[in-house]
Design a protein around this ligand. Sequence first.
Ligand code: MN
Length: 397
Amino acid sequence: MDTWAPGAAGSAWDVDNLPYGVFSRADGQRHVGVRIGEHVLDLAPLARRQRLDTASALAATNLNPLMACGQDQLTGLRNWLRHALTDLAWQPEVAPYLTPLSEVELHLPIDVGDYVDFYASEHHASNVGRIFRPDQEPLLPNWKHLPVGYHGRSGTIVASDTGVRRPSGQRRGETGPVFGPSTRLDIEAELGFVVGRPSQHGSPVPMRHFQAHVFGVVGVNDWSARDIQAWEYVPLGPFLAKSFATSISHWVTPLAALEAAWVPMPRQVPRPLDYLDPDRAMALDIAIEVELNGHVVSRPPYRSMYWSPAQMLAHLTVNGASVRTGDLYASGTVSGPEPGQEGSLLELSHGWSTPFGPQRRLALEDGDTVTLRYTAPGALGGRIALGEVTGTILPAE
Ligand code: MN
């Protein structure tokens, strides 16, 4: 049955999608909403009138209370929304709570807890290894045994559309370190996983519990200052080169919208240890587009990732570290095996040596706008869109 919501039937924002977000109208008050077509549905007043068991969670000003609800409650809400948006009998009750997206402002959807960034693409890790360590094996010895990651900075996670100030810092100079605005500003096209139900401190989350703890996914651009990174990262890994800003999409796509997107993983050889059981690992068939100043410069395929979302969560918690509602873990740069599938400018420019794209770019220049777009197979047979991530580079302070 088609939705009655204006313009939504057959679009990438049909009832098989229904991502959640936070919006405000002219008065600035924040509301939890769900997107249908080019409209957002205000959920709190509807849920209150219908006495839904998620009503109090939906009255919040971010998605955390909703994400912390149990799977039964979330499934109930999603089923109710699909029903109310397709059955014409519900239109008089529901339609007054729709607002065109052109009339709202969208906000950071979650109160971000801890942020972890992985490095889960074999093709990205190999490309970077070849650029930085041309005389060695591209992958370091641990890479195929565990999903390499680091703890990032959650306080500087910003919503799509937020301007990104070019960072300044130390980089290697001819005769010693120099300080100044980064000259190698880059993107990392990633996918992020948002935790809903928390886990217990001391109890690892096995792969089979992935769906019980992860609420949904967001688009992520993990902006990176490569010149600062190259000088600072030994031996403890990324620090100021990454912590100045990380952009995420306004929309959080619930895992329930991605049920048609699961596909088999690339084979993992050598076989990882048991808690990273490759027989349970599944990949997501999410297609990414990297657009620079209006030109698509790359199409990274998420399904080519080496480590699965459930393996990343199992590894992140195997030492007993807990996850909390609102925690975000990102996949690391998504790069596919083919030219034209790179998830960073470092790779697109072959280590800053070869200008790419119609504007012959190496690194990002002030005023450049990068937009990441994501689509996946939907349950209705077409493709659903995930929230896009966009940002424009502002000149250094
Ligand atoms: Mn990253």
